[in-house]
Design a protein around this ligand. Structure first.
Ligand code: SAH
Length: 217
């Protein structure tokens, strides 16, 4: 794992300024992203670009989200420190690290073994305390439910009701809704106390697809 240097910190400061200029206002999100060394989550060939606001390929044909998208999703959860948050799609582990730095109790699921192994090793090395599972995100983590927030970092064509049922009353599920070939709409679904759902649309994004029927134990 490469070192975190003053140069990286300088680049992070610039990235945070850029995120502010793009409309991210939540100080807890900005402080968290100013602490997480994004360059160690990327392949070393991309290290020099790690603090540009762009997405990059990671193993298993997946992508690490653009920093703006990570900031946007983290902010849109609208949760307080200490909340329990489940992430679907650990990928590199970067988003999970940001959620941990925001003071959430973080759980995360990944279906690609290669990414699960990579992120587990890295997050442990960085001393993040994240409960990770190798498996199908559609199943959630019933043994740790209910959650205050669920954040899906892959696009799905419909709202997974299996996950809605793992939310606390007034919990929120944040997800890019839509097919693999289009832009998706970021949706925030609130599980109201009376059992009904409130659905808000927060803008267009583009994510890799959330895959179904996967063969994991
Ligand atoms: N949050 C990640 C980026 C994730 S890209 C980061 O910060 O780097 C989306 C991830 O969702 C990919 O790693 C993909 O393998 C995973 N994924 C897709 N379908 C899934 C499913 N059904 N269950 C769990 N993970 C899934």
């Amino acid at each position: 794992m490469s070192q975190d240097t003053a140069k990286h910190q300088g680049q992070r400061n610039h990235l945070i300024d850029e995120l502010r200029s793009k409309g991210i206002t939540n100080e807890s999100v900005l402080a968290a992203m100013n602490r997480v060394p994004r360059h160690v989550f990327l392949d070393s060939s991309f290290e020099q670009y790690a603090y540009q606001d762009v997405a990059f390929p990671i193993r298993a044909d997946q992508t690490i989200s653009q920093p703006y998208t990570v900031a946007f999703q983290s902010q849109a959860l609208g949760l307080e420190r200490g909340s329990k948050v489940l992430e679907i799609g650990t990928g590199s582990g970067y988003q999970a690290a940001v959620l941990d730095e925001m003071g959430f109790k973080v759980y995360s699921i990944e279906r690609q073994k290669e990414l699960f192994d990579f992120s587990k090793n890295l997050l442990l090395n960085l001393r993040y305390k994240i409960t990770q599972k190798f498996g199908d995100g559609y199943k959630g983590m019933p043994s740790y439910a209910p959650f205050d927030g669920i954040l899906i970092t892959a696009a799905a064509p419909e709202v997974p009701m299996s996950l809605i049922h793992q939310l606390n009353p007034e919990g929120v599920l944040l997800m890019p809704l839509g097919g693999a070939d289009d832009d998706q709409i970021m949706k925030r679904i609130t599980f109201n106390k009376d059992g009904t759902l409130k659905e808000e649309s927060l803008g267009n994004f583009r994510f890799v697809p959330m895959l179904k029927n996967v063969n994991t134990k």
